[in-house]
Design a protein around this ligand. Structure first.
Ligand code: AQP
Length: 384
């Protein structure tokens, strides 16, 4: 019996909310998310969903399963009065030195990718962050509130400042340190009620909530809205080459990630060479077997239709099969996800008219949305 035959198909049905530590699962417009318990804001209506991605390379499978897939689901299942705002956060991209020609190309490619995954500019506002100056303006105002101590404890700052790409501690840049303040401004300037992100961004979202509440307290009225964080079920897709690190666009090893533009052959070859271990059989043990567990995670989240409750049950279904067979199955599931996106991307990426009009329309609508909240903030602090 092949692996494919051994795994039944799953009908995606709402699961019972499952309270675990500080987080709980929730359905939002039919999409399963984990809500951060500490981030529960009273349900606001109408809703505004905001999220962003850095144009720092072609998005990878981690970006897709951890964030982008939820963006399109939210769009497709949103009620008519929900506003959806998705940004290519190019001001964040320059917190690390970028080659200008390369950055321009990545911005273009990332816009094509957002259209390729199914975002519709008539339904979702899609824009380049630097086209809407209100983001940077609110960031400055919030910087005058943000605590250096709090920012210094951010995990991403600690990781990135310790990495060699930052050029050592003497070369650490202010922008990298204050990145979460800009991220808070991105969200708060649109009065977002819900922010779908991967798990790595949860801490920054908590910061955004705190800065909103702190600002409101300081000015003595409710000007900014603390949003709810929606954590995707595929919390953290790990590197194929070093499965204790997350899959990342900036990892120097291209075999560590699957790009949404990779051909079927490249996907097969990257998964075939994914790091696993020499233990017998297939089991889901993220601590002891990070490589195999990451493949199971990818399989579980790529195969929408697998009829098992979780990755442990998936591993049980696959008992007796070889790692080689597992890799072949994972590759097939990933090809099914990536193939259609890649084809749409290739048909769009060189169409300057489509890309230009999407960016222009997005900037215009996002600018209108942002100016409303910014003008309230400026009044509240006495700038206008
Ligand atoms: N490995 C991942 N697993 C699950 N979710 C992920 N995300 C990123 N990597 C993973 C989610 O994707 C969204 C957009 O991320 P981003 O591009 O803005 O920044 P990032 O988190 O720093 O992603 P990368 O790929 O690691 O980029 P670089 O290398 O440029 O820093 C976010 O919602 C994120 O949670």
């Amino acid at each position: 019996m092949s692996l494919r035959q051994s795994v039944c198909r799953r009908v995606v049905t709402p699961r019972r909310p499952n309270i675990v530590n500080r987080s709980l699962t929730s359905q939002y417009n039919g999409v399963n998310f984990q809500l951060r318990a500490s981030s529960a804001t009273p349900e606001a209506s109408p809703k505004t969903i905001f999220s962003g991605i850095q144009p720092t390379g072609v998005p990878h499978l981690g970006n897709y399963l951890g964030a982008l897939r939820q963006w399109t689901k939210l769009q497709d299942e949103a009620s008519p009065d929900t506003t959806l705002i998705y940004s290519l956060v190019d001001l964040h991209a320059i917190t690390i030195r970028q080659d200008p020609t390369q950055l321009r190309q990545w911005k273009n490619e990332s816009m094509a990718m957002l259209l390729a995954i199914g975002l519709d500019p008539k339904r979702s506002i899609i824009f380049h962050q630097s086209d809407v100056p209100a983001h940077a303006e609110l960031m400055w105002i919030l910087s005058c509130q943000a605590s250096m101590g709090y920012l210094g404890r951010m995990t991403q700052w600690k990781d990135k400042s310790a990495s060699s790409s930052s050029g050592g501690s003497d070369n650490l840049k202010l922008g990298l340190f204050s990145y979460p303040v800009l991220q808070a401004a991105d969200i708060l300037v649109h009065r977002a009620t819900h922010v779908p992100v991967g798990h790595d961004q949860a801490q920054h979202l908590e910061f955004a909530r705190q800065i909103a509440n702190g600002f409101n307290e300081a000015v003595g009225k409710s000007v900014l809205l603390a949003p709810q964080t929606l954590i995707s079920p595929a919390k953290r897709v790990m590197s194929l080459a070093d499965p204790v690190k997350k899959m990342s666009k900036s990892d120097p090893n291209p075999k560590s990630r699957i790009l949404l533009t990779d051909s079927n052959e490249v996907i097969r070859s990257k998964i075939k060479s994914a790091m696993t271990d020499s233990f017998d059989g297939i089991s889901y043990e993220p601590e002891r077997r990070p490589g195999v567990s990451n493949l199971l995670d990818i399989y579980y989240h790529s195969g929408e239709a697998i009829e098992v409750d979780d990755q442990v049950a998936l591993a049980h279904h696959l008992e007796g099969h070889s790692l080689k067979a597992l890799k072949e199955e994972v590759a097939m599931a990933v090809i099914n996800v990536v193939g259609p996106i890649r084809e749409r991307y290739e048909s769009i990426v060189h169409d300057k008219a489509i890309m230009g009009s999407a960016a222009e329309e997005g900037a215009e609508k996002a600018g209108r949305s942002a100016r409303k909240a910014l003008s309230k903030v400026k009044k509240a602090v006495g700038l206008s």
